[in-house]
Design a protein around this ligand. Structure first.
Ligand SMILES: NC(=O)c1ccc[n+]([C@@H]2O[C@H](COP(=O)([O-])OP(=O)(O)OC[C@H]3O[C@@H](n4cnc5c(N)ncnc54)[C@H](O)[C@@H]3O)[C@@H](O)[C@H]2O)c1
Length: 314
């Protein structure tokens, strides 16, 4: 049975911890957070307020990092130097040089490392990539991706609202859509247009990426108002419009009908999408790489580096 630890028991750990608990091949043995009250929610686990102490006392096979962004690279390196496989929340870092630093540490210590770019494991986005790859509805003509919410006042110590620690909306929100674009369509040829409205209590960014044959416009925002979190896309192919809006994935064909025939494995929803939890999917994928000594093919270091380069150029 592989032993797992999680460091950073804040907001997103609430998606990771239950996913680990569901997997029979592993035991989630230890949690670390500087705030004891966060650990107290899980009385059956061993608790640490100091990360180095957890590394010394526990014999972990896998560490799951759910810490604030600015700690990801250093904490991943500390764990991998001890021979622990690491899955880490996005982004890998705000700094491009950290990609090489982290991946060379993984290689040197012969451990697996993966950044949990969750859209790569999200059924709606996986289906979109499949439609693009197979040209089932012809070539892609244009795309629109949005990721909107309100200012993240809830984060520990206000770290998300601090540009040096989080990178604000480009690195926290927009990165999801840009990472998916680079994964699914390759790196864009250029940034065709960008607009940013950044204020002390709100941050909006709009970027249009030129891929040569098509362009994709993307918006990300932390609004000052109580706007509900919304993540949507609309992709125009020659013969269909593929839409993931208003909580539904739909494929609009020329005759106006919604295509219900898209094929995917597993339990099926309205358009045969697997009803799965993308956070559990990414964790299971990483575990499979660790248990069966497979390369972490699905999240490559050069793609992460391309994304950081683009974000730092905006
Ligand atoms: N994939 C997604 O959909 C998604 C969603 C939200 C957040 N995230 C990413 O997850 C990461 C965490 O975000 P969050 O929303 O959970 O933040 P958060 O502020 O809610 O949680 C961070 C936790 O880390 C703890 N912490 C801080 N410093 C520590 C240290 N030195 N040692 C141990 N614990 C420490 C804090 O007490 C807090 O509980 C970020 O990098 C963010 O970008 C990803």
């Amino acid at each position: 049975m592989l032993k797992v630890g999680v460091v950073g028991v804040g907001g997103i750990s609430g998606a990771h911890i239950p996913a680990w608990e569901e997997i029979k091949e592993v035991e989630l043995v230890a949690l670390c957070d500087i705030r004891q009250e966060r650990l107290d929610q899980y009385p059956k686990k061993r608790h640490y307020n100091d990360f180095k102490e957890m590394l010394e006392k526990e014999d972990l096979d896998i560490l799951d990092i759910c810490l604030p962004t600015y700690l990801h690279a250093d904490y991943a390196i500390m764990a991998m130097e001890k021979g622990i496989n690491v899955i880490c929340e996005k982004p890998i870092s705000l700094k491009e040089e950290d990609v090489e630093r982290v991946y060379s540490t993984a290689k040197k210590n012969n451990v697996k490392f993966m950044i949990a770019q969750v859209l790569r494991f999200w059924p709606e986005y996986e289906l979109l990539k499949e439609i693009f790859d197979t040209e089932k509805y012809g070539k892609l003509l244009s795309g629109t991706m949005t990721r909107l919410g309100c200012y993240p006042k809830w984060s520990w110590d206000g770290w998300m609202m601090d540009e040096k620690r989080s990178g604000l909306t480009p690195f926290d929100l927009h990165i999801h859509d840009l990472d998916f674009m680079v994964y699914a369509f390759g790196a864009p040829k250029k940034v065709a247009h960008q607009y940013r409205s950044k204020r002390p209590d709100q941050d909006f960014i709009s970027v249009t990426y030129d891929f040569g044959d098509f362009s994709i416009n993307s918006e990300a925002s932390w609004y000052a108002t109580s706007y509900p979190f919304t993540a949507e896309f609309r992709f125009q192919f020659e013969d269909a419009l593929v839409s993931n809006e208003n909580g539904k994935m739909q494929i609009f064909l020329r005759d106006g009908k919604i295509d219900l025939s898209a094929e995917a494995e597993g339990d099926t929803g309205d358009i045969n999408l697997p009803k799965s939890d993308a956070y559990a999917n990414e964790i299971k994928y990483f575990l499979d790489c660790v248990m069966n000594d497979k390369d972490v093919e699905k999240v490559k270091s050069d793609e992460l580096l391309s994304v950081l380069k683009i974000l730092n150029s905006l």
